[in-house]
Design a protein around this ligand. Structure first.
Ligand code: PYC
Length: 313
């Protein structure tokens, strides 16, 4: 029986489960091999932490391992109910808030390793957290995607995960339209796969974002989004890696300048503040948000569980 301790939080509505005792089988592997293992031979370790029967399918899990780089605090491996994630901003805010709750993260900046690269995280006096994400980019603009309602134009971009973003959602980003937004995002995801549209080096585009521009003078919000995550759940937060990718694309279009803060709102009305900040030669997205601790406990993971990979969807 594996009985790891966990702490649950949500960041602007999107849940994170931090496992305080990482599994020995993963710990024993080199960091670069852990994501593949979590997708394959060791998938039961992921499925035992997030997804049915223990959490909703929106939850992102986080294992913390010893650091890879000299200045890093730890190496974080994020995952959801279907596989590992390259990076997760809302999850990082959840990790830092969890460590702070345990008295183990003073106000100030620390570095973490993730599969996508090094990130820098700052805990502020007011409890909010800024994540200096990996350098983000758009690799293709005005890409047509086929849907039942006709072709739609989007962009392929990277913010620690791969995204296809619609410039303008044909469906209003409103809580009452969630079922339609989800169906459209899933249709786009299937259409991308069918057309063989991928990120760099054949990477699967496993996140789809539908955006809607807003007038910041009326409510302080620059855009709303609805983001479909791998596995079929939608992000309750404005998706920090998606916001990073989107800011990089707006920069490429000349719509946003360095050091300018934009406010992005999720379909449930929660917000991230995002900007592009130069560090050395690179322009990094910085996303600021807040997490709330909601539970803590001990998981019971039994070798004889009849559903070691969780409840099939
Ligand atoms: O905030 O980056 C994020 C994220 C990715 C998947 C769910 N949330």
């Amino acid at each position: 029986m594996w009985k790891p301790r966990f702490i649950d939080s949500h960041t602007q509505g999107e849940p994170t489960r931090v496992v305080l005792d990482p599994p020995q089988e993963l710990l024993a592997l080199p960091a670069a091999e852990r994501p593949t293992a979590l997708r394959g031979d060791l998938a039961h370790l992921r499925a035992a932490v997030v997804g049915e029967p223990r959490t909703s399918d929106a939850t992102v899990g986080a294992f913390l391992f010893p650091p890879e780089r000299a200045r890093s605090r730890a190496s974080i491996l994020f995952f959801n109910d279907v596989g590992p994630l390259g990076m997760c901003v809302h999850g990082t805010i959840g990790v830092v808030t969890t460590l702070a709750e345990q008295g183990d993260f003073p106000v100030g900046r620390q570095y973490f390793d993730t599969p996508a690269g090094e990130i820098a995280v700052t805990l502020h006096d007011d409890g909010s957290v800024s994540v200096r994400n990996v350098v983000s980019r758009r690799i293709a603009a005005k890409v047509p995607v086929v849907t039942g309602g006709g072709p739609l134009l989007g962009e392929i971009c990277y913010g620690g995960n791969w995204f296809f973003h619609l410039y303008q959602s044909p469906i209003p980003i409103e809580p009452s339209r969630r079922a339609e937004l989800l169906a459209l995002a899933q249709e786009i995801q299937a259409s991308l796969a069918e057309a063989g549209i991928q990120g760099e080096e054949g990477a699967e585009i496993d996140h789809v974002g539908l955006f809607q521009r807003r007038d910041p003078k009326a409510g302080g919000v620059h855009a709303r989004n609805f983001v479909l995550c791998p596995g079929g759940a939608y992000d309750r937060s404005p998706c920090g890696t998606g916001t990073s990718a989107w800011l990089a694309a707006r920069y490429a279009d000349g719509e946003i300048q360095e050091n300018t803060e934009w406010v992005i709102e999720s379909v449930i009305g929660s917000r991230f503040r995002g900007s592009l900040i130069r560090e050395g030669d690179h322009l990094h997205p910085v996303i600021r948000g807040q997490a709330t601790i909601v539970a803590e406990g001990v998981l019971h993971i039994d070798r004889d569980d009849p559903f070691p990979l969780g409840i099939p969807k």
